[in-house]
Write a protein that binds this ligand. Structure first.
Ligand code: ZN
Ligand code: ZN
Length: 118
C-alpha cells in the first residue's frame, strides 16, 4: 500500500464515520436531532441539519423548511431551535430523544414523560 492509498482509505473511513454520526436516529425527532448536531458540529448558517433530517426522516415534507421559516427559523438550524422549539427541559446535558410522535412528523418529542419516569 502506498502512502496515497493509506490516506484515501483513512479518508473513506472518516467519511463513513461522519455519515453515521450525522444520521438521525430511527425515531429521533427534528428538535433532538438539531440539538445534537449543533452541539457536535455547530451551525453553518443554513438549514444543513434540518434538510438532512428531512431527507432521511420526512422525505415527503417538501414544505418543511418554508413552514419552519414562517415560525421563526428563518436562516439556519439554530434559529429553528431557538424560535420553533424553544421548550426544552432545563438540563446541563442533552436528553435522549423520547421518539418521533409519528413517522414523518416534525413535532418535537415529549421529554416531560421521560423526566417524570427518571
Ligand atoms: Zn445558526
Ligand atoms: Zn426528541
Amino acid at each position: 500500500m502506498t502512502q496515497d492509498n493509506i490516506a484515501s482509505a483513512v479518508e473513506a473511513e472518516l467519511v463513513e464515520l461522519s455519515g453515521l454520526l450525522t444520521e438521525p436516529g430511527e425515531h429521533e425527532c427534528l428538535r433532538c436531532y438539531l440539538l445534537r448536531m449543533i452541539n457536535e458540529f455547530g451551525c453553518d448558517g443554513q438549514h444543513r441539519w434540518t434538510i438532512r433530517w428531512r431527507d432521511l426522516r420526512a422525505p415527503r415534507a417538501r414544505g418543511l423548511i418554508g413552514r419552519l421559516q414562517r415560525l421563526g427559523g428563518v436562516c439556519c438550524d439554530c434559529e429553528v431551535l431557538l424560535n420553533v422549539f424553544p421548550d426544552y427541559p432545563d438540563t446541563t446535558s442533552l436528553l435522549p430523544c423520547a421518539g418521533q410522535r409519528q413517522p414523518g412528523s416534525s413535532a418535537p418529542c415529549d421529554l416531560r414523560e421521560l423526566r417524570r419516569s427518571a
